[in-house]
Design a protein around this ligand. Structure first.
Ligand code: HEM
Ligand code: HEM
Length: 149
């Protein structure tokens, strides 16, 4: 199969990167401000920003999931059938599913301990996700270039 058929279109790729960046920046900035807030190191202006960051994050999340869904019939299915980058792709998809489920759980978890655990799990997995995406792209490109069929 031609390599081009396994790749994302430029528009698709840029939209995906843009939404990933929105989620990463809004999530990381919220976590950073939250820590400062808990340590008593913020003022009202900063504190008022926090809910806005989560609103942006919470709005970006369904669009991101929608985008990932649009990759399934093309990029994921074709690469899977061509046996290119399968293990890495499945691992990356699982990471996204765990981020989505833990993000959803954050809305409804009442128990304080579980909420704290889920919040940390979601944050650290999210902070690690860009590295996983980078590895996915680099390893995937190597796989398709190895024998460009
Ligand atoms: C089982 C699932 C998946 C498989 C088998 C797979 C396979 C691949 C392969 C073979 C490549 C290299 C294409 C090339 O030659 O440039 C690649 C690149 C890429 N993949 Fe995946 N992938 C999977 C899931 C995903 C998911 C869930 C995302 C995003 C949320 C994603 C995003 C990308 C991106 C952005 C690239 C770089 C593409 C480019 O440069 O055009 N993949 N993947
Ligand atoms: C890209 C890296 C990501 C980072 C660094 C990140 C970080 C965070 C943080 C710090 C929170 C607040 C935690 C708390 O309330 O204790 C949060 C909430 C949330 N995240 Fe993420 N996240 C990321 C990706 C995602 C993804 C991919 C999704 C789903 C597609 C997602 C969905 C959510 C949802 C639904 C919430 C709850 C929002 C709210 O309470 O209003 N996140 N995230």
């Amino acid at each position: 199969m031609k390599r081009r058929r396994l790749q994302l279109t430029k528009g698709h790729r840029l939209t995906l990167y843009a939404f990933s960046l929105i989620l990463l920046l809004s999530g990381a900035a919220w976590a950073w401000m939250h820590r400062l807030d808990e340590a008593g190191g913020t003022n009202d202006a900063w504190r008022n920003l926090k809910p806005w960051l989560l609103r942006i994050h919470g709005l970006g999340a369904p669009f991101f999931v929608l985008l990932v869904g649009t990759l399934l019939p093309g990029h994921v299915r074709r690469s899977w059938h061509a046996s290119k980058n399968r293990a890495n792709g499945a691992f990356f998809l699982t990471t996204i599913a765990l981020l989505t489920l833990s993000g959803y759980a954050l809305y409804y978890l009442g128990d304080e301990e579980w909420r704290r655990f889920t919040s940390q799990f979601h944050l650290w997995l999210g902070l690690g996700a860009p590295l996983l995406l980078l590895a996915h792209v680099l390893i995937g490109r190597r796989a398709t270039r190895a024998r460009d069929s």
